[in-house]
Design a protein around this ligand. Structure first.
Ligand code: CO
Ligand code: CO
Length: 307
């Protein structure tokens, strides 16, 4: 076992031979959008993301489906179709799966990928002085809550849906090429929760430059009016003792930093000398990479948020 549960990584890594290790992960989720095919695509992109976050290449997947008895089978068909479509796009073979009856729909995949045992990008490798690059803007959880309350403009929904369907494949290729020292994808624990995993595993402090962090449109306004998922408040409570905020960081921004993301971007720690070429690679792949902070020696708290 090269990477196991103790470093809070996105996926486990198990060495098969001197040149081959398997990257394994499982992820499934309740619907985040109303369109079943979009939901399927998102579920697949989200599950594959944990392999990409390790620097791995996903190769095969097994589906996991929970579906209500007597539910509309056309919905099920479209979910599966969307998922299969995204797997195909990523060059991942769907080997089979398992379904159970459940009151609430859930869908996702167990994914297996491959990686060279010496090129694993785990949470534990961040070095003092590294810069942090984020590859997708934040706010998906807040927008999904706005959608449930019928407050979300159509154009914003379309943008958020596209973002969640976007694979982290090209972002991962860019970070592997630039020898990233550590990486994670941003999902249920939000930016700060996943930053904490890197901070702990690397025994460093992560400092976020709050004004540099990109957000989806409308996120701050919704947050300011109290539109937020339950998971955001749970994350905020869990992360409060681990985080030092500059007083000037406004509350809606603090909410966005702990907002649970679905199929979020990668957070990549990289040597400062590599950051320019990493951003250039991301740009060529039409990914908006942003430097949002730095890795410093362990201070009073594992996370600092600067105004
Ligand atoms: Co993850
Ligand atoms: Co995950």
């Amino acid at each position: 076992m090269l990477v196991g549960p103790e470093t809070w990584d996105d996926a486990g890594v198990y060495q098969m031979s001197p040149k081959l290790a398997l990257v394994q992960t499982v992820d499934f989720l309740t619907p985040v959008v109303n369109d079943p095919q979009d939901y399927g695509r998102i579920a697949a992109a989200n599950a594959l993301s944990d392999v990409y976050a390790m620097g791995g290449k996903p190769t095969s997947a097994l589906s996991i489906v929970c579906f209500p008895e007597g539910g509309d089978l056309e919905i099920l068909r479209l979910m599966l179709k969307g998922g299969a479509e995204t797997l195909r796009k990523a060059g991942v073979a769907l080997l089979g799966g398992h379904s159970v009856r459940d009151r609430e729909i859930k869908f996702g995949f167990a994914v297996t990928g491959e990686i060279h045992p010496k090129r694993v990008i785990a949470n534990s490798g961040a070095k003092k002085g590294d810069l942090l690059v984020l590859t997708k803007p934040l706010g998906i959880g807040i927008l999904a809550t706005a959608l449930k309350r019928r407050l979300l403009p159509k154009a914003t929904l379309a943008l958020a849906t596209r973002q969640m369907q976007q694979l982290n494949e090209a972002a991962a290729a860019a970070m592997v090429a630039e020898r990233a020292t550590a990486a994670t994808d941003i999902s249920g624990f939000g930016l700060l929760g996943h930053s904490l995993n890197i901070a702990r595993a690397s025994k460093k402090t992560i400092r976020i430059w709050s004004r540099s962090v990109p957000l989806l449109p409308g996120v701050l306004e919704f947050a300011a009016s109290g539109v937020a998922p339950a998971g955001l408040h749970a994350n905020a409570a869990y992360l409060a003792p681990e985080t030092r905020y500059d007083e000037a960081v406004p509350e809606p921004l603090r909410m966005a930093f702990v907002d649970p993301q679905t199929s979020g971007g990668l957070l990549i720690a990289v040597a400062p000398s590599r950051v320019k070429s990493l951003l250039a690679r991301l740009k060529r792949a039409r990914i908006r990479g942003t430097v949002i902070g730095e890795v410093i020696a362990r201070g009073a708290a594992p996370i600092e948020v600067a105004a």
